[in-house]
Write a protein that binds this ligand. Structure first.
Ligand SMILES: [Zn+2]
Length: 267
């Protein structure tokens, strides 16, 4: 009889086997998975969040395919190169999803300013991704994306390398992308900033779905107000959004973990 696959989800700590900088990146990335879960942005075990490992090798950390975001720990993450080759991963039959590194690898390769990429399939994100009008600037939360978001047309599941250049083209220099008929993507120079932007984009999409479902005419600010407001929310204008908020996010996770049977993200 064939051996059953090893789909255990308890992972031994590799803290002593990686550099301090890589461990820090692992803990932050695991925290980000937990936060995406906490704020209701998961899709069973699908999707990925990736971060570039500090150092010259251009390696990225990614989740094993098959774990809940609630189960992801610093030690459970796989390290891959930008072509999807495994550099190291836990001793388990869980593997790395090809569509993950097609989307994430393309952006990490093309955008050296980006350290973290987040992709989701939320109900509100998919709803707005299905709307011809795209994301509307109907709230302060969504106005920050006015002129600062790209759109990528659907080509089927992202498993072909040829799609990578079109993904990169459609993202351009933005940090947010709506994948038509598919979902949302944000990226940023750090995990806290990419997470904060995804939180804002998700909230903007939820708000738009609610407002449009009310079947009434919507108010849009003037072009000048939109442009000024969008500018005021860019990371270089006032402050990089997400950095101030991050310690509070970690306190939230630490408090949540006290009542959780799932392993601590920092293990
Ligand atoms: Zn996807």
């Amino acid at each position: 009889m064939d051996k059953l696959p090893n789909y255990q989800a308890d992972f031994r700590s590799i803290r002593d086997e990686v550099s301090a900088a890589e461990w820090q990146a692992r803990v932050e990335l695991a925290a980000c998975y937990r936060l995406i879960d906490y704020y209701g942005m998961t899709d069973l075990t699908y999707n990925h969040i990736t971060v570039r490992v500090p150092g010259p090798e251009h390696h990225i950390l990614i989740n094993l395919y098959g774990l809940l975001y609630k189960e992801i720990t610093a030690s459970s993450l796989a390290k891959i190169d930008l072509d999807g080759n495994i550099v190291c991963k836990p001793d388990t039959d869980y593997y790395v999803n090809k569509a993950g590194y097609i989307i994430h690898g393309a952006i990490h390769r093309a955008r050296p300013d980006v350290r973290c990429v987040i992709h989701t399939h939320t109900r509100a994100g998919m709803a707005v991704a299905a709307m011809k009008c795209g994301l509307l600037p109907i709230s302060q939360t969504s106005i920050r994306f006015e002129g600062h978001i790209g759109y990528h047309d659907y080509e089927g599941p992202a498993v072909e390398r040829e799609e990578q250049e079109r993904l990169v083209r459609d993202l351009g220099s933005h940090n947010a992308l709506i994948l038509r008929s598919h979902g949302l993507l944000t990226c940023g120079p750090s995990i806290p900033e990419a997470f904060n932007l995804m939180y804002q984009l998700e909230l903007a999409c939820r708000t738009q779905v609610d407002a449009m479902a009310a079947r009434t005419d919507l108010v849009l600010p003037s072009k000048e107000t939109l442009a000024t407001t969008a500018h005021l929310y860019q990371p270089g204008t006032r402050r990089p959004y997400g950095i101030l908020e991050w310690p509070a996010m970690l306190r939230l996770l630490d408090a949540e973990q006290k009542n959780s049977a799932f392993p601590p993200y920092s293990s």
